[in-house]
Design a protein around this ligand. Structure first.
Ligand SMILES: C[S@@+](CC[C@H](N)C(=O)[O-])C[C@H]1O[C@@H](n2cnc3c(N)ncnc32)[C@H](O)[C@@H]1O
Length: 269
């Protein structure tokens, strides 16, 4: 039985238009996907699964490397699955969650999850499922943001939100995401029984046309940061917006931000 968004509370803030996601953290997706693919040692002639594919940043990079018939993807968000199917015609894109993957044992050489582990309802079960569908000798790999440190956009956003209202601290992803540092991530990978576990940093960049270009998708409620921005009363939202602009020290001219992710890899025994 497939698992849909309604059954997956961690995914609730991604039941949003794919285009809004693209303009929020989706900007970093393709570059991060290339780093994840390299770390997982994905090579032509292999078969790969993208778990929590969203609108398809990693799926697209996998298809470019392996071909559409060698790639499958899955996500509980219907708008994201529809966008991924639309963007990558012919690729098998399922609606469902990591914790109950509708794939055979050892069906893939690689199972990858980009920016998903922290949203899984049961990360141990999700990583266990990724391992189950990967053949012995294959790799299970994931990228997570360094929410507490050098994911500049989200770090500055939550710092601004907490400066305006200290009670926002409970929603700060740097505090509430369980896997945003190398030790926690490595422990999750090792506990799943994966071998040769490694966690490495990856730094990616996104370009903005100006501060409004950065802020507008936040108001559309994408992800925990967007959900927080959208939930605020107009005066509070304006205060967070101004505080964020001040902390980023940017204006109407184009600028770039960097973001650090941690990439965990492990080999199936
Ligand atoms: C930050 S987005 C990342 C999307 C995509 N991987 C990317 O890099 O652009 C998080 C994704 O995880 C999905 N998700 C949430 N809970 C999930 C679960 N239990 N299993 C699989 N995916 C999940 C969401 O629907 C969303 O698409």
């Amino acid at each position: 039985m497939s698992t849909r968004m309604d059954d997956t509370p961690g995914a609730a803030t991604f039941n949003t238009p794919a285009e809004a996601y693209d303009r929020h953290v989706g900007r970093y997706g393709r570059e991060l996907a290339r780093a994840l693919i390299a770390a997982a040692d994905v090579r032509p002639d292999r078969r790969a699964l993208d778990v929590g594919c969203g609108p398809g940043a990693l799926t697209s990079e996998l298809v470019a490397l392996l071909g559409g018939d060698q790639v499958a993807a899955i996500d509980p968000s219907m708008p994201f699955v529809e966008a991924c199917r639309r963007r990558l015609r012919g690729v098998r894109v399922e609606i469902g969650a990591a914790e109950a993957l509708p794939f055979e044992d050892a069906e893939f050489d690689h199972a990858l999850a980009q920016l998903v582990v922290n949203f899984m309802t049961d990360p141990q079960a999700g990583v266990g499922e990724m391992e189950r569908v990967t053949r012995p000798g294959g790799t299970v790999a994931a990228a997570v943001w360094d929410y507490a440190g050098e994911m500049t956009l989200l770090r500055r956003f939550w710092d601004a939100a907490v400066a305006v209202d200290p009670s926002a601290e409970d929603r700060d992803e740097g505090r509430c995401m369980p896997f945003c540092a190398p030790d926690e991530l490595a422990a999750l990978w090792s506990a799943a029984g994966l071998a040769e576990v490694s966690v490495v940093p990856a730094i990616v960049t996104a370009r903005y046309e100006g501060f409004e270009d950065l802020w507008e998708p936040l108001e559309r409620g994408v992800g925990p940061s967007g959900a927080h921005a959208a939930s605020l009363a107009a005066d509070q939202r304006a205060a967070v917006k101004e505080e964020l602009r001040r902390r980023l020290d940017v204006g109407d001219d184009p600028f770039e931000l960097t973001a650090r992710a941690w990439i965990a890899t492990g080999r199936v025994c």
